[in-house]
Design a protein around this ligand. Structure first.
Ligand code: F6P
Length: 344
């Protein structure tokens, strides 16, 4: 068998660990020929692939980013991109494509399988943890650890200066990073995309807490959080990628400005941005990525195409890609309710 492997969408700690584990097992256990596909789906559109050996994936386990590089190329963007993608798969005689990615990358893998019979196997990647079908995606634990550490650091400055600090974390439609890092760092207010907030309510909570004697506050906000009265994203500019996504960022600045003006608290904003996606994965993410990679190799061998490796409890199983990509996994009201007892 000849297997192509690609990483698509935003990079994420643990991608290299998946590539390493899948390559090792596909070669040593199954004797497959493994080929790296450059820059996600772009490598199939432009026919850029290269052979991978066990030696080539040596030492990458703990490296951040992806040795295959990535892009937000969408093979379904237009007819010609789709045609080239299918031609490359045929020209290289790939018997399977292992796609490591989030909702967009795996959405394309689902359609390639369902509409064009391409034998795809998915591995769930995203720091946002918003893929259905799996309890956790790899990369999430690292992002939460980085964000928690950063918020802890912001707290010391907030405390020294009697300030309010608004910290913006990633999370487009799902607030998993904000929820977990907010709880882990003892944030005073946590705002998620799933539950539009009112500025009046945020201000009132801070005012009340200040009146009760609290001198510094931390507000954690997901980049995709929206205000009740202006139900739209705060974006950096008007551009969209090939999957139609805008570039989010800046809600922390707006919040900080309004808090300072309305409540009179000295307030600063911090946008963590790509720091959350960079660098070495946590030990937990290294193990999860490795288990996903090994499972992907078995799934190719067992011809579990149109399926995705998934974590269920402590087991790695395979689930239909369509189940994972149909709808995003968002924070439930019951989980968000927990923060009521932990915040101001
Ligand atoms: O990978 C998902 C994500 O981290 C989102 O939370 C964020 O909005 C987006 O990536 C940013 O992507 P880019 O690196 O393309 O700006």
């Amino acid at each position: 068998m000849k297997v192509g492997i690609l990483t698509g969408g935003g990079d994420c700690p643990g991608l290299n660990a998946v590539i390493r584990a899948a390559t090792r097992k596909m070669i040593s256990e199954y004797n497959y020929e493994v080929h790296g596909i450059r820059d996600g789906w772009r490598g199939l559109v432009d026919n850029e692939t290269f052979p991978l050996s066990i030696a080539e994936v040596e030492g990458i386990l703990k490296q951040g980013g992806t040795m295959l590089n990535t892009s937000r190329t969408n093979p379904f963007k237009d007819e010609s991109q789709l045609k080239s993608t299918l031609e490359t798969i045929k020209a290289n005689s790939f018997d399977a494509i292992v796609a490591i990615g989030g909702d967009d990358t795996l959405g394309a893998a689902t359609r390639l399988y369902e509409e064009h019979n391409v034998p795809t196997v998915g591995v769930p990647k995203t720091i946002d943890n918003d893929l259905n079908g799996t309890d956790y995606t790899f990369g999430f634990d690292t992002a939460v650890s980085i964000a928690t550490d950063a918020i802890d650091r912001c707290r010391t400055t907030a405390a020294s200066h009697h300030r309010t600090l608004v910290v913006e974390v990633m999370g487009r439609h799902a607030g998993w990073i904000a929820l977990h890092s907010g709880i882990a760092s003892g944030a005073d207010i946590i705002l998620l995309p799933e539950f539009p907030f009112s500025m009046k309510d945020v201000n009132e909570r801070l005012r009340k807490s200040t009146d009760a004697g609290q001198k510094n506050h931390i507000v954690v906000v997901a980049e995709g959080a929206t205000m009740e009265d202006r139900d739209d994203f705060i974006t950096k500019d008007e551009s969209v990628d090939e999957f139609g996504h805008v570039k989010l960022g800046g809600i922390a600045d707006i919040l900080a400005d309004q808090i300072e003006k309305s409540v009179g608290l000295e307030t600063r904003s911090v946008i963590l941005g790509h720091i959350q996606r960079g660098g070495t994965p946590t030990a937990r993410d290294r193990v999860l990525s490795t288990r996903f990679g090994l499972k992907a190799a078995d799934m190719v061998a067992n011809k579990n195409f149109g399926q995705m490796a998934a974590l269920r409890g402590d087991n790695i199983v395979n689930v239909p890609l369509a189940e994972a990509t149909g709808e995003l996994k968002v924070v439930t009201e019951a989980l968000y309710e927990l923060t009521k007892y932990l915040t101001v």
